[in-house]
Design a protein around this ligand. Structure first.
Ligand SMILES: *[C@@H]1O[C@H](CO)[C@@H](O)[C@H](O)[C@H]1NC(C)=O
Ligand SMILES: *[C@@H]1O[C@H](CO)[C@@H](O)[C@H](O)[C@H]1NC(C)=O
Ligand SMILES: *[C@@H]1O[C@H](CO)[C@@H](O)[C@H](O)[C@H]1NC(C)=O
Length: 278
């Protein structure tokens, strides 16, 4: 007769429990999907970040190219980003993460704003991150001249996205252009390639498998962006922050209106916006 030893039984149980935990975890991590059937025929959508970050020059070029060829812009999705990279600078000497994640999009958004206004109702969607929780706008060292931490500068740039959404929504409140930010979830894309450079071994045997388990696939990670860009219920919603296809609270430092204004002013200066939009 077939008999099962207690030891074997224990191993089977542990294996089964681990498998179950894995499946549940994956379902949990996958998160909500946008399921409404929404038509958007004829709408023009710009989404940054096909395969690289957006710097100042790219922003200016993109806006000019685009404005020559299109008469309408219904949805602008500021999606491009770099994460936790070693210290490097853009051509204009901006720290790369603040430069790409924030300043480049600041400029692009502002250059495209006239077009978004003539196409209203229109939407601006900023892909931020819950990492803004650890962010702080370093008013005395915004460009990381004195010190640099790749992880904190990433968080700071994502906080900048949130503060901008706030200030922009305030400036647009009498229009039908809405501005919202969101957290897409931790997504297993190239964005995280730089975080794996710490050590090859660590990355290969620990970070990568962990990422597979804990990250959303790009398609899962796009759901909240699609929701923010298309859901008809959000027609009049502006200055908000979303996660998992729904509303989410921002952390305290993302609610600071004075800081939002300060950042707007300095971004205007650094991107030389006023001279470009004339
Ligand atoms: C998105 O973020 C960029 C850069 O921080 C900012 O310039 C822009 O105004 C923001 N747009 C929205 C909709 O928040
Ligand atoms: C948005 O506001 C307009 C004008 O006030 C209203 O007609 C429309 O129903 C609102 N849309 C939603 C989804 O609440
Ligand atoms: C931003 O600039 C405007 C106009 O130059 C100025 O009135 C305002 O005080 C500035 N705000 C902050 C917080 O620096």
């Amino acid at each position: 007769m077939w008999s099962l030893k207690y030891e074997d039984f224990k191993i089977y149980c542990i294996t089964a429990a681990s498998l179950l935990a894995f499946v549940v975890l994956r379902i949990f991590i996958r998160g909500k999907s946008y399921k409404k059937y929404t038509r958007c025929d004829g709408n023009v959508v710009v989404i940054t970040g096909g395969n690289s970050g957006i710097g100042k020059e790219t922003a200016i070029e993109l806006a000019a190219r685009f404005q020559k060829e299109e008469k309408q812009l219904d949805i602008l999705i500021n999606n491009a980003g770099v994460m936790a990279i070693p210290l490097c600078r853009t051509e204009d000497g901006l720290e790369m993460q603040m430069g790409v994640n924030h300043m480049g999009h600041f400029l692009l958004t502002n250059l495209l704003l006239p077009m978004l206004k003539t196409s209203q109702p229109s939407r601006i969607v900023n892909v931020s991150s819950m990492a803004h929780r650890w962010g702080k706008i370093k008013t005395d060292d915004l460009n990381s001249e004195k010190s640099y931490s790749n992880v904190y500068c990433y968080a700071n740039s994502k906080l900048a996205n949130i503060l901008f959404t706030r200030e922009l929504a305030r400036r647009l409140k009498d229009t039908k252009v809405t501005a919202n930010a969101l957290h897409p979830g931790v997504i297993n894309t190239e964005l995280s390639r730089h975080t794996g450079e710490i050590s090859f071994f660590f990355s290969k045997y620990f970070v990568k498998p962990a990422m597979y388990i804990f990250n959303k696939t790009p398609k899962q990670g796009a759901q909240t962006t699609i929701y923010a860009a298309l859901d008809p219920d959000l027609e009049n919603v502006s200055g908000q922050y979303f996660s998992e296809c729904g509303f989410e609270k921002v952390y305290e430092q993302g609610l600071d209106d004075d800081m939002a204004k300060w950042l707007w002013n300095i971004s205007e200066k650094w991107t030389k916006l006023s001279s470009k939009s004339e």
